[in-house]
Design a protein around this ligand. Sequence first.
Ligand code: UDX
Length: 437
Amino acid sequence: MKIGVIGLGYLGVTHAVAMAKLGHEVIGIESDREKLKLLSSGKVPFFEPGLQEALIDVTKTGNLSFQEKHDRNSASCQLHFLCVGTPQEIGSYAADTSHVFAAAEELARVVSEYTIVVGKSTVPVGTAEVLRGRMSELAGFNVIVAWNPEFLREGTALEDSLNPDRIVVGSWDSAAVEKLREAYKPILDNGTPLLALDVPTAELVKVAANSFLATKISFINAMAEVAEVAGADIVDLAEAIGMDERIGKKFLRSGVGFGGGCLPKDIRGFLSRAEELGVGAAVDFLRNVDEVNLRRRDRVVELAQQELGDLQGKKILVLGISFKPDSDDLRDSPSLDVALRLSALGAKVRVHDPMALGSLGDRYPELERAKEIETGAKDAELIFLGTEWSEYKSIDPASFGDLVANKLIIDGRNVLDVAAWQAAGWRLIALGRNVHN
Ligand code: UDX
């Protein structure tokens, strides 16, 4: 099948590569020339495990090509996937859908009555209907539109795209569902269910899923706040409640909280859309979810001050600045936020990250970049582990202790072997854990 993928960010590149891997002929369309240049020369513009190799493989087969604008060739695609971003609007909680509408309007100039336009971007419920109306007006006929939300996680994006838990399709038109069944056939043949739903439900599934995940993380972090004053241990508590199959173990990892390009902006966008629809009270708890999440960052800053007193001139090493391991994405990263706040309080902050230092570019010159963990640790008075990259979990606390000025570490992800660090003479503070020595 000939397929267009519009917008080549984390979602678009992964989807384009995945569809090409399934054997389709894919044309990726991206208006950012820098990104386009990289992709056309076979380079993924961000770090995502396995994606670079997969991109090279599919480009070699001739199944994937990139271009800046629509042309006659891209106009003949049977399916066009809209994968552009919907960031949080500046100065409000609402999702900014302007890129989705701009891409749809461009597309409306080239679509035929047989083209199927499939939205994958996360949008406020009701967007697809407005978009269909606008496209149809511009095209002069009823454009077929479907919504097919994407649930991939950064770090496992390609695997999630090729082996999803489910494929959700919202449409007004059974032809769209059939075409998508055909496009996803190898995935469906592997046993993945396809849920054909109405459009508002499909739009809502995505924000509801992300809201649930965010709520689960904030729930355990709220319990961590209680555990801290009650002398209880959050890791043991999470394990104990997670053993109840109705609750489940996943997404109960406590620490400095969630970040990234999806969870934070999706719960805020949902709050905003629900208010517009007159049902703000129904999801008002998400405000709390957001607050609990941000309070964990405050807590780390508070602990640093408690331990070191005035932070002016204090040397602090932050381990990990990406919002999660196996990603170089800095969007709404909790650890980067903490690093910047410590620096604003006068600390000399060095940051280390196995992959994300490049994403900093020349932003935040106040943060000293440490290329090696060891150089970053030299004479440090406090270490803050903010992102649980595997290399941090395997640091040897004994030899590491020889580098620092003060054996003090805050484990912001509750992943370190407490007994081993304490045995090596470290004072280890873990959020919500009853392990302080
Ligand atoms: C999320 C959704 O999981 C995915 O389905 C959707 O398509 C996009 O948004 P992603 O943002 O890539 O994916 O990462 P995710 O694994 O969900 O983690 C989000 C944040 O929550 C990270 O900052 C992570 O460190 C944090 N987290 C996750 C926790 O703090 N505790 C947990 O138990 C799980």
